[in-house]
Ligand binder design. Structure first.
Ligand SMILES: C[S@@+](CC[C@H](N)C(=O)[O-])C[C@H]1O[C@@H](n2cnc3c(N)ncnc32)[C@H](O)[C@@H]1O
Length: 268
């Protein structure tokens, strides 16, 4: 029968509370580890990196239960040695690696999921590195946040908090979309001026130069939705993917018109 993480003999566990560089060693409760991995929808296509991996429980479970590849970066050599023994004991082979090193001196930019349980001041120092990662990268943290970058989702059962962020694509700027003529008999040119703070967007929109209302917007990774109202009864929704200076997807409006669109960023 396959062994589980709970089978670890307690006398082999590293000392709880051991001091380290940016945070002491305090493990995340096993139940929260699982909920964090579920919240991040970790799967076989993921590379999870735990920044300060402690006894390795997050990478080990990500590989064992969720089929992901996983990497733990940890400063304390005894914890790294312990994590490697656990990976071997659980038969996880090549799927899990542990490196002994400093998270601020180790490249983790290829991760699709970042896990951490570090103090808020350390999270803030990591924030620029994380925001520079590929849009759509998921970040799960035990308890602590990233200052004014609000989480996309939270799980607070059992009194232990887990939070999820999704690295947003760059959406700010002046965007133009031209839709073909429908019942109005004239093509409609939408021009958006978007401002961005993390995943939150605000802005103005004009349709054929006339002001309209940007009714709602949602940005999750590279997935963007914009909803425009140009009178009490006429709305147009755009939903698609951001890729550099292109925003491509499908639109539909209150008249029943729908189809594909390609928007271009034409200015800052
Ligand atoms: C609060 S523990 C969390 C352990 C594990 N991520 C978990 O959630 O169970 C933080 C870990 O980060 C490690 N750590 C602190 N500063 C570090 C740094 N600069 N580089 C690598 N590891 C670090 C500590 O040794 C400790 O094991």
């Amino acid at each position: 029968m396959a062994q589980t993480l709970q089978d670890v003999p307690s006398e082999l566990k590293p000392l709880y509370g051991t001091a380290s560089k940016d945070s002491g060693y305090i493990p995340t409760p096993a139940t929260l580890v699982e909920r964090m991995l579920v919240m991040a929808r970790v799967g076989p296509n993921d590379l999870l990196v735990d920044l300060g991996s402690g006894d390795g429980r997050i990478p080990l479970l990500a590989a064992q239960r969720f089929g992901a590849r996983a990497l733990g970066i940890e400063l304390i050599p005894e914890l790294v040695a312990y994590s490697r023994r656990e990976a071997e004991r659980l038969g996880l082979g090549e799927r899990v690696r542990f490196v002994q090193g400093d998270i601020f001196a180790t490249d983790f930019s290829q991760a699709t999921v970042v896990a951490l349980y570090l103090p808020p001041s350390v999270n803030l120092r990591l924030r620029p590195l994380i925001l520079a990662m590929k849009p759509g990268t998921r970040v799960v943290s035990h308890n602590f946040g990233f200052g004014d970058w609000k989480p996309d989702h939270g799980d607070a059962s059992d009194d232990a908090y887990g939070w999820l962020w999704i690295v947003p694509a760059a959406a700010a700027g002046r965007w133009q979309i031209e839709l073909p003529a429908q019942s109005e008999l004239v093509a409609r040119r939408f021009e958006f001026q978007l401002r961005q703070r993390f995943q939150q967007l605000q802005g103005e929109v004009r349709i054929n130069v006339q002001p309209a209302q940007l009714f709602s917007s949602e940005l999750r990774g590279d997935q963007l939705s914009l909803s425009v109202m140009d009178s009490a009864t006429h709305w147009t929704d755009f939903k698609g993917q951001l890729n550099g200076d292109r925003f491509e997807g499908e639109y539909r409006d209150a008249s029943g018109a729908q189809g594909k669109f390609v928007a271009r960023r034409v200015g800052p």
